[in-house]
Write a protein that binds this ligand. Structure first.
Ligand SMILES: O=C(O)c1ccccc1NCC(=O)[C@H](O)[C@H](O)COP(=O)(O)O
Length: 419
């Protein structure tokens, strides 16, 4: 069976309204954990929700978790019964089918650009529904392959919920009254010319998936003030709650506390809505990750950033991502992450590798500022990436862990850069 984009998917997951009586005993586990259904003689017909995209009414009834290829069902979690009419349920199903189709299409486009991160589980979301039961089957298709994929899938759910609470139209109204943004790129250039060293984007980060908790006594405004005093040109504020213990409240609090450094909203952006939201919460710049976003998304999001007065820091990790990003018009700021976000490996020679030869020349011609990101702990590290061609660095762990993060900056550069 194929959809309007010509994508193929198995007929048993084509989620038209299936009319089947499902008995738990007639499930059979196949195809790497995907389940197929067999009707048994004498079973009566009744409405069954779209198979891989469950309607909410069922989600509100019962749920249970099933580990990989288990044939017996563990305890059932009862949920609130819903009161949705069959018509509404049908419309809801149709909408979710559309969303799922678009998600599948995104995965295909992304894969064609060498993006390994799947925006949605290719075999449908991890939850399945049988009659009144909700259960979870793990398989290669619906289990994240790495932390970045897990973050992105979680973000997808999180953003959908946030969008329901605050639709784009509401955000746009707030933006009309928001104070102007500050010049993020200008601040980095000014710091570089003032000190002769890479301009510093100092990261306000409590925790990370690779390093765990970095700082127990975490007071974002105090840390931000210490960074500013210590000579940071800009700040990067983690807003992801689940994986980094950050928040948009932190971003807003730092902005409202009168900190002058322009602020990067360090988020996992998968939807333009997040850019509007970041703008309202006080961001001056936003991170776009090439390992997650296809070219078209980057192009579109860069335009939205410009329209909202935000800088876009487009992050790459390998040559292919760098080449993709260099082919996109209007990019002013490229971050080279020395951390592989899929494996957590950190290697600062990555910055040098990606700036060698023609790539480095093209970056100079286009007057793009390159930011060296991750794994920078000493003046030698900073010197190494500067030599490679960066005009800015993004640093978290090595400075946020210091009792005085401002003095941490002096330690990082080997001299006081606040003067
Ligand atoms: O750091 C992680 O564990 C991580 C995992 C998944 C996605 C992103 C992740 N980190 C973001 C960053 O790259 C860093 O916060 C940033 O570059 C600063 O790095 P560092 O100076 O090494 O703290």
């Amino acid at each position: 069976m194929s959809n309007k984009f010509g994508l193929q998917y198995p007929s048993h997951i084509f989620p038209t309204k299936l009319i089947l009586q499902i008995e738990l005993g007639i499930l059979d586990w196949r195809m790497e954990g995907l389940i197929s259904l067999k009707s048994s003689p004498g079973t009566s017909l009744r409405s069954f929700p779209s198979f891989n995209q469950p309607p909410n009414s069922f989600a509100r009834r019962f749920s249970m978790d099933l580990p990989l290829r288990r044939s017996s069902f563990p305890a059932i979690r009862a949920q609130q019964p819903g009161t949705i009419s069959p018509k509404e349920e049908e419309e809801e199903d149709a909408l979710k089918v559309k969303e799922w189709e678009v998600g599948m299409f995104q995965n295909e486009v992304a894969a064609s650009q060498g993006i390994r991160i799947r925006r949605r589980p290719p075999t449908g979301p991890p939850l399945h529904y049988v009659g009144p039961f909700e259960f979870r089957l793990q398989n290669d298709g619906n289990t994240p392959r790495n932390i970045l994929e897990e973050i992105v899938w979680h973000k997808d759910t999180e953003v959908s919920q946030m969008k329901e609470r605050k639709p784009l139209a509401t955000l746009k109204k707030f933006i009309e009254n928001a104070p102007p943004t500050r010049d993020f790129v200008g601040a980095l250039k000014a710091a570089h010319s003032r000190t002769g060293l890479p301009g510093l984007i100092a990261e306000v980060k409590k925790a990370s998936p690779s390093r765990g908790i970095l700082r127990e006594d975490f007071h974002p405004v105090e840390i931000a003030r210490a960074y500013e005093k210590g000579g940071a040109a800009c700040l990067s504020v983690l807003t992801d709650e689940k994986f980094f213990k950050g928040s948009f409240e932190n971003l807003e609090a730092i902005r409202n506390a009168g900190v002058q450094c322009p602020l990067l909203c360090k988020e996992f952006v998968i939807d333009a809505w997040q850019i509007y939201y970041a703008r309202i919460k006080g961001a001056d710049a936003i991170l776009l990750i090439a390992a997650v976003l296809p070219d078209l998304d980057i192009r579109y999001m860069v335009k939205i950033c410009k329209m909202l007065g935000l800088a876009a820091l487009v992050e790459v990790h390998d040559e292919r991502e760098m080449d993709r990003v260099l082919g996109i018009e209007g990019i002013e700021l490229i971050g080279i992450n020395n951390r592989n976000l899929e494996t957590f490996e950190v290697d600062i020679s990555n910055t040098k590798k990606l700036l060698e030869g023609e790539r480095g020349q093209l970056i100079c011609q286009k007057d793009i500022i390159v930011v060296g990101e991750s794994g920078l702990f000493t003046p030698d590290h900073v010197g190494y990436v500067q030599e490679a061609g960066v005009k800015a660095v993004l640093v978290g762990e090595s400075i946020v862990k210091q009792s005085d993060p401002g003095k941490g900056i002096t330690g990082l550069f080997g001299r006081d850069i606040s003067l």
